[in-house]
Ligand binder design. Structure first.
Ligand code: ZN
Length: 370
């Protein structure tokens, strides 16, 4: 019996080996191609995404864009508003918006087809808004407490929902497609006026797509400074910002009082050095008053960028709502995107206003309006 058992075991072993041999090539042939399929289907959705995006990217390169330029009035050489805010506080004034009015401004911009971009993207001509929409840049001067206030509620710190940052964050949650951005032009010693929270606030701003700009060390009138004084005021601002944010590139300046250094000293508004701290402003922003030219416009001058005051009081016809109304009447004057940041699409007659050198690797596309 034991011999039989041994034979039986041997037969089983042989059968098992045969099955294994028979199956091995089969599993090899059948399983290899589906293995990758299986891998794909088993991958988490996030891992599959880049593949899909790659395909989509490849498609846009070879396909003719589906945007009807004429119908949506594309003009990527049209004007762009760089909005200027100061305080956000209870009492409306020339330099103050109430929280309600600031919310109203954002809502108006959103509903009228404006989308937020950063100043950096404007300067880099890297405008990524959807076809038919108009980019807008928001700036805040002076680093006031009501721009970024942190309050305590039930023993927990939170952003004051009525401060500029609180309102913008709330708005972004409501309309995620509004975009993100906003430059805070701060001065020292206490940006946003809560000494112990400077670093925390700066970190929050950078992590959430905002920028920090130069508004001189202590809001000096640069028109009254010597060459050394201008450099000291601007370099010290950078020095202190970098103390809180090591290595941070402070690349733009909003002139305090809108006043630039005089004559030959103007160059120190652009770049300079003081006690080992260098600065280089890619853009210099003024106080008023009209929308800024598009980055490829012959009139684009990064050293002299006008801003539109976001206010409804004493606007003299050059406030934010004046331009919103004017652009509604004459939409051809504003920048209207084709949705593709690699091309600069303009109506034929706009060609003479294009600075061709500024296009760099962007493709200029013209179309007939009529
Ligand atoms: Zn100021």
């Amino acid at each position: 019996m034991s011999k039989f058992k041994a034979n039986y075991a041997l037969i089983l072993l042989i059968i098992f080996a045969l099955i294994l041999v028979a199956c091995t090539p089969q599993t090899g042939v059948v399983n290899t191609p589906p293995a990758s399929n299986q891998e794909q289907t088993q991958q988490p959705a996030e891992l599959n995404k880049p593949e899909l995006e790659k395909e989509a990217e490849a498609d846009t390169e070879t396909q003719v864009p589906q945007v009807d330029y004429k119908q949506i009035g594309v003009n990527e050489n049209g004007q762009i508003m760089l909005l200027m805010y100061h305080g956000i506080s209870d009492k409306e004034d020339i330099w103050v918006r109430t929280p309600e009015n600031f919310r109203k401004d954002l809502e108006n911009l959103y509903q009228k087809g404006y989308r937020l971009i950063t100043l950096k993207d404007y300067l880099d001509n890297n405008i990524k808004v959807e076809a038919g929409y108009t980019p807008v840049v928001i700036t805040f001067d002076d680093g006031l407490k009501n721009q970024f206030n942190i309050i305590e509620e039930n023993g927990e710190k939170k952003i004051d929902p009525d401060s500029a940052v609180g309102i913008m964050e709330e708005f972004k949650k409501k309309y995620p497609d509004f975009g993100q951005g906003g430059t805070f032009y701060v001065y020292y010693p206490t940006p946003f006026r809560q000494k112990e929270l400077i670093k925390e606030k700066f970190d929050f701003l950078i992590e959430n797509g905002y920028e920090i700009g130069n508004h001189a060390y202590s809001h000096e009138n640069l028109g009254k400074e010597t060459a050394e004084g201008v450099q000291k005021a601007l370099a010290l601002n950078v020095f202190y910002t970098q103390k809180y944010l090591p290595g941070y590139d402070v690349f733009s300046l909003a002139l305090p009082y809108g006043i630039a250094p005089k004559d030959e000293k103007f160059k120190y508004a652009v770049s300079g050095e003081y006690e080992g701290t260098k600065y280089n402003n890619r853009a210099i922003l003024r106080v008023g008053s009209n929308p800024a030219p598009a980055p490829n416009h012959v009139k684009f001058d990064a050293a002299r960028l006008p801003r539109v005051r976001a206010s409804e009081l004493d606007t003299g016809g050059v406030g934010m709502y004046d331009y919103l109304a004017s652009f509604e009447k004459y939409p051809e004057k504003k920048y209207i995107s084709d949705g593709n940041p690699d091309t600069v699409v303009i109506p034929e007659e706009e060609q003479e206003n294009i600075n061709k050198e500024s296009l760099k690797d962007k493709q200029l596309v013209t179309y007939k309006k009529n």
